[in-house]
Design a protein around this ligand. Structure first.
Ligand SMILES: [Fe+2]
Length: 949
């Protein structure tokens, strides 16, 4: 940057000129200006017309600036001119951040004195300690009184010339630990007192050494007594006992710095702190560690238990590519050296310590029910339900799940399921009740049955759910007819479609097929290529039968999306079904729709939900912790968007997507589930097309149009997911743009940010190593590139995930509407099965659906997955106060929050618009999934900041 003025200018508030050029931009004071422009601190421009004659030593010591007319900002380089008194006797001191300057009164300046500074440390207590921990608490209280304390030390932004690193304060213990040992509270505040010499400078970091036996959770630290006011240090982290980890923990203040702006006194800590999270790729991770490392998916199978539970390693394999997961480093299995051993039931899996679900009153819901779900619920249900593998006999039996519930077995007051479910919370929060007196588990009525009991049977509802249901992200505009397959006929046989013009003729409102295509009125739900390669492997398994489906839909003048033809494919065998005009063909049409819905349910769960919003995000989380310092403005920005993702993903690998887990048991693809997911990652997933506009354009559901507010025009205006999603997309984009613009002014500032470049490089080449050669990865060389990448990431973890996650019970909680598993193919005319079908079509339909156990287990799982925790953070919210001290960033976030309120109202209005028939009308469910806010529980609305369930 350039220092320019006609006067002589000298930077005085630095130990050396190097400090200034290294970015001490918030601690600048000036006495004399150079006569010519001088290259100085990166990211800093100082223009001073009449420099003050006097610079106080207090200004130098405290890291505040003195300027006669203009203020200096680390982010904005030059704030609006601020006229000051020119009297040299009354220099005025300012804290120099971006946004409005904060003036320090003369009484606050305390010139020439020694500062007494108090640290208020907020510690969150554990609510559920083990016996061992409770014993250690007693020992800690006693030993604390004897001198074994939690000790803090402040680190200055300034370098100590003697040590060459940031100046250190005195070491100060938390002085009131022992006396507060008996306090019963969620949070307790402790104090530590410091005496700072006037030459100390502004504290930019705090180290903590925990000499106790128990770990402690430090929520935040407020440093009081400094003339610039309270300085905050967001921590939200476990500090381990020195007996576990002898290293001191380091926490930085909430002043964001790009790497080049790092105060000289903090540079070494910034680097060391980042490296401390990276690990070395070796060893078994221990529960208390905070190591973020990568590994392939080698932890899904359980070959030691049964060779049939062996699963291929996903990732690091050209045939089975996959995103990386957080490394746990457990020993190999005995039977397969490449597979990581499986934990026994009840053993805790490793996730970095600070990523574990927090344990407090509000979070108990998430912790208990989710962990209960993945650890114990499913096995317990198997044991506890009276039903075994029998099937529903009628629709009435399914309805009874909501009205009367399902009988539990062996109820003697301490039924295993009851213990797992923690009844008091489940009843209130999940509306899934267990009646102790009658020994019955009762399910909440899903939304699909709430307004129109028979809506699910109708074709228009079948089409509506593709635009506003549980999986509204798959439908595409038909571009050619008949559709073509890209599969290799050498391997998969004749892959020509069996769909003919006559299947559609007469039902296109007078249009020919080509005219309907040209007018953008034909659509397709296509699982042919994604599933056909797996069909044979699935269908040899007992109790699992699937097709690879294609559904052609027509958008009528009345505004409905009607399915006109369904093609169901087996390798070498294709059948086409159309809506029937007689009893038999009507029932066959219903069976065909059920198979399509089952295809949709499986692909939705494995690809659109698990892969595209859970698995692909994990490398972003890992890279963020490894490559971005917590003082980096992007780390601060991203933090709420990665909340709880490592834990929920680790939970899923433990009991949802693992061999013999919920997904394999309850969804048709069974053991090939994750291979389908890998195939989709291989052929479909592209980062650049995960942005909402690009995804819509890829699927032909929108076209570029510069005249439209979003830059694209929806082919179907009444596409609730897309139209509401674009509201969120634009709001996220604006917020990202404003935030990024605060810190990056030009391409050079982006290219020179070593942490940012390392972060993106690692995401592309390590976290997504199997995709590193793809040309579609965006590079980040300009602020615009960065804005695009961040907007996509935030959209995926918020709006996209919400859209595919929180409608699961509303539509999947009623298995006839969305069968998670299909157990029979559709009978062929002339067979005994066909005769059975003719004699009792309802019974045949039931025999095709999940059996009672599969259905009820899936209902419990999707019930939990569709629920919000009471402490959920939604878009536009940040639970952590003082997340940044940058007022410009806080102002931008306030605008984002207000925009969420606007979107709430717009969506509510849309749901009342009678012309939007996919979200309003007689018995039609409103589309509320992308309304940003929600209460706790299963609400079918609400967009959390992160993938947390
Ligand atoms: Fe999810």
């Amino acid at each position: 940057m350039i220092l320019s003025s006609a006067a002589t200018f000298q930077i005085v508030n630095a130990v050396s000129r190097d400090e200034v050029s290294g970015g001490q931009s918030n601690v600048i004071a000036a006495t004399r200006l150079p006569r010519r422009p001088t290259r100085a601190a990166s990211g800093l421009t100082v223009r001073v017309k009449k420099p003050p004659r006097v610079i106080t030593s207090a200004a130098r010591a405290l890291g505040v600036g003195v300027s006669p007319r203009y203020l200096v900002s680390p982010h904005r380089y030059l704030q609006s001119p601020h006229r000051l008194s020119q009297s040299p006797r009354t220099p005025k001191l300012f804290y120099l951040g971006s946004g409005s300057p904060r003036q320090i009164s003369p009484s606050q300046q305390g010139l020439g004195s020694t500062w007494t500074v108090k640290a208020i440390v907020t510690v969150r207590r554990k609510r559920h300690s083990s016996v061992q921990e409770r014993v250690a608490e007693q020992i800690d209280a006693a030993s604390d009184a004897a001198g074994q304390k939690v000790v803090l030390q402040l680190v200055s932004n300034f370098v100590d010339p003697k040590t060459g690193v940031g100046r250190r304060s005195n070491r100060a213990p938390l002085c009131d630990w022992a006396e507060k040992a008996g306090i019963v509270a969620d949070k307790v505040q402790y104090t530590a007192n410091f005496k700072l010499s006037k030459s100390f400078g502004l504290p930019g970091a705090i180290t903590i050494k925990n000499n106790h036996q128990n770990e402690i959770f430090v929520e935040n630290i407020a440093l009081q007594g400094l003339p610039i006011g309270t300085v905050y240090f967001p921590c939200h982290s476990w500090v381990q006992s020195k007996f576990q980890d002898p290293q001191e923990r380091v926490f930085f203040s909430n002043q964001p710095y790009l790497p080049s702006q790092t105060p000289a006194g903090l540079r070494d800590l910034r680097e060391q702190n980042k490296v401390s999270f990276q690990g070395n790729g070796k060893g078994t991770r221990k529960y208390w560690e905070s190591i973020y490392d990568y590994d392939v998916y080698n932890d899904i199978g359980n070959p030691d238990k049964n060779t049939e539970l062996s699963r291929p390693v996903l990732g690091g394999n050209a045939k089975l590519p996959y995103p990386r997961r957080c490394r746990t480093g457990r020993p190999s299995t005995k039977t397969d050296a490449k597979a990581e051993s499986v934990l026994e039931m009840g053993q805790n899996y490793y996730v970095p310590r600070d990523e574990v679900f927090h344990e407090n009153k509000q979070e108990t819901f998430v912790g208990n029910t989710l962990k209960g779900l993945v650890h114990q619920l499913v096995p317990s249900m198997t044991k506890s339900l009276q039903a075994g593998h029998e099937e529903f006999q009628s629709f009435h039996e399914i309805d009874k799940l909501y009205e009367e519930g399902i009988k539990l077995r062996n109820f003697e007051g301490d039924n295993e399921l009851l213990k797992v479910l923690n009844v008091s919370q489940m009843t209130e929060k999940m509306q899934q009740t267990i009646n102790k007196a009658s020994n019955v588990l009762q399910y909440a009525k899903p939304d699909i049955l709430s307004k129109d009991r028979f809506a699910w049977l109708r074709d228009d509802e079948f089409g509506r759910q593709m635009l506003a249901g549980a999986n509204p992200v798959q439908i595409q505009r038909l571009q050619e007819f008949p559709p073509k397959s890209a599969l290799d006929p050498e391997i998969y046989g004749d892959v020509q479609s069996a769909l003919k013009q006559e299947h559609l003729a007469g039902r296109l409102e007078g249009l020919s097929v080509q005219e309907a295509i040209d007018q953008g009125k034909l659509f397709m739900l296509d699982y042919h290529d994604a599933l056909l390669p797996f069909v044979d492997r699935v269908n040899v398994m007992p109790g699992r039968k699937m097709y690879a489906s294609r559904t052609i839909l027509f958008h009528t003048q009345a505004g409905s999306l009607l399915p006109l033809a369904i093609e169901l494919s087996l390798p070498g065998r294709k059948r086409v079904f159309t809506p029937g005009n007689d009893a038999s063909s009507y029932w066959l049409w219903q069976l065909a729709k059920a198979h399509v819905s089952s295809n949709d349910a499986g692909f939705h769960q494995l690809v659109n939900h698990w892969l595209r919003s859970h698995a692909v995000v994990e490398p972003y989380v890992i890279a963020t912790k490894r490559q971005l310092s917590s003082m980096h403005p992007l780390f601060t920005f991203l933090q709420p968007h990665f909340r709880y993702t490592p834990e929920i993903n680790a939970s899923a690998r433990q009991l949802l997507v693992n061999a013999d887990g919920v997904i394999e048991n309850c969804f048709t693809p069974g053991p090939v589930s994750l291979e389908i997911s890998s195939a989709a990652y291989s052929s479909l997933w592209r980062f650049d097309q995960e942005s909402l506009p690009n995804d819509l354009i890829r699927r032909g559901m929108a076209v570029e149009d510069a005249n439209e507010p979003h830059g694209i025009r929806l082919v179907l205006k009444d596409y609730p997911y897309a139209s509401d999603g674009l509201l969120l997309w634009d709001a996220i984009k604006t917020w990202v743009n404003e935030y990024v613009s605060l810190y990056y002014k030009d391409a050079k500032s982006v290219q020179d940010d070593a942490e940012l470049q390392a972060w993106w490089e690692e995401i592309r080449t390590v976290g997504h190593a199997d995709k590193k050669g793809e040309s579609w990865w965006p590079t980040i060389t300009t602020p615009e590139d960065l804005k695009g990448v961040l907007t996509t990431i935030v959209w995926v973890v918020s709006g996209f995930h919400a859209a595919v996650n929180f409608g699961q019970y509303a539509y999947g909680g009623y298995v006839p509407n969305r069968p998670c598993i299909t157990r029979r193919l559709i009978p062929e005319d002339g067979t005994d099965e066909y005769l059975q079908f003719l004699q009792d079509p309802e019974k045949f339909f039931m025999s095709m659906l999940p059996n009672v156990q599969q259905a009820t287990t899936t209902m419990s799982v999707v019930d939990t997955l569709s629920s919000h925790a009471p402490d959920e953070e939604y878009l536009g919210e940040r639970a952590r106060t003082n997340w940044t001290n940058d007022p410009a960033a806080r102002d931008a976030f306030k605008r984002f929050s207000r925009q969420m309120d606007v979107i709430e109202r717009v969506i509510a209005d849309r749901n009342r618009d009678p012309f939007l028939k996919n979200r309003a009308g007689a018995g039609v469910l409103p589309y509320e999934i992308l309304r940003p806010s929600s209460g706790p529980g299963k609400t079918s609305r609400g967009v959390p900041n992160s993938v947390s369930i």
